[in-house]
Write a protein that binds this ligand. Sequence first.
Ligand code: ZN
Length: 497
Amino acid sequence: MSRYLVTITPPTPNGDLHLGHMAGPFLAADVFAKVRKMLGDEVVLLSYADDYQSYMARKGEESGEHWLDLSRDNTRKIEKTMLAMGIDADHFMHSGENGFFIGRVQQHLNALAEKGVIKRVEGAVPYDQELEKYGYEAFARGTCPECGYSTDPSQCENCACYPDAGLMANLHSPITKKPLEVVKMTRLAVDMRALSGVLKDHYIKHPARRQLGAFIDQHVFSGYDQMWPIERTGDAGIPVEFEGADILVSTWFSGLAGYEAALTEYWARKMRPAQAERFWREGDAKVAHFLGFDCSYSHALIYPAIASLVHENPPEIYHYTNAFLKLDNEDFSTSRNYAIWAGEFVAEHGVDAVRFFLAIKAPEEVPENFSLKEFLAWKDEYLRIGKSLLSVNTAGVSLSLSLAEAFARWRSVVDKSGFSMRSYASFIWDLFASFSQSSDELERQEKAALIAMLSGPLLPDLSKQMASEYLASLYGRLLAGATAPLTAEALAECEAF
Ligand SMILES: [Zn+2]
């Protein structure tokens, strides 16, 4: 048994969640957490509202409401939508004015300062004379000097780099649309060169997979030595102290602190506060971060480094990134209200159908497109097969080599190092298709039994309806025998349990 902390990148609570959020980290993290529980691991799935994000300050100014009131309203909607989607987060922290959170950010800043990683550096910051705003995030946009994509100056929304505002072309205010000037400012920054050793050690032990691999090669193994400013003078940020002065630090610096604080708050509410520190102390912990690729700078460079510097026995850290889902080939947008809202959609179409289709379409490597027409055609087929699955009697299915082989294939697509929700969904959809196409009764029973036993993390309703004590015991025997090689002897071993 392993102990896992599974995290979903904190949503900005400036609106509800749409299908794009779901097809990204939300659903994948939930499916992963449910799979690990099914394999016998101890798992806590959590996230929190990113209340100190500069976009909340902007939304508050635009609407005339206090940013914290806005956040609380939207956080309630977000939690309700997660529940409706079958996403069983163990805890969803409200980070605004939360002592656990602010204390943890302070602790991380102090630890990095003690190790000599925090420096004061002069750098370029966009400034809006008209609105009297600094443009770290929500109040400036421009062209990324690395990839040429339009982004705010915090983390490039396309290539995930930290763009130096002094090198960004076309800097302008997203509010007035007018050009912005750049001022020089001295701020606290993380010296990335000082982190290079711990990051190299980390990625040699746990090589990054998929699209993150190239990013890690560029930022860890190619002599990268940027200074990454973390202070947010004159904008939103987490209030902490540094050398006796009150300062604000960026929400991007504070994500690991947020996950740690959420774990602390989770165990505190369960009246077992020591459990949270035990998780970080005992050296057998695993952390699985689910994130949009655009959040890679903080999650893949800063957080593993902080974890190595603040914890005596740092956890094994895994990253699962995603690209964007598009809606009829255009970007989803909360601010332009161009979206399909997840709560309304799932109320109309049912949890399983929405989860299954989004998992099949998950933009794990490259952007994918959602089309309502395609979904509706697929849903008809899914409902037809689902109905016929419920009429199958699976009580006579016995352990066979084909069952053990299918179980081993399932294990390989859900394995922690190569986990892919998309491959898992394809695996289950292939079982649906072969069940539907087969006219052999025994084969149909076996496929139905596999769907009932292995689809639970993806299709909570259908698997519950198909469940039986007999199938639970069959699954137990498959799981117990799964460590042995797949031979006739292994099968005999499965039978022995
Ligand atoms: Zn870029």
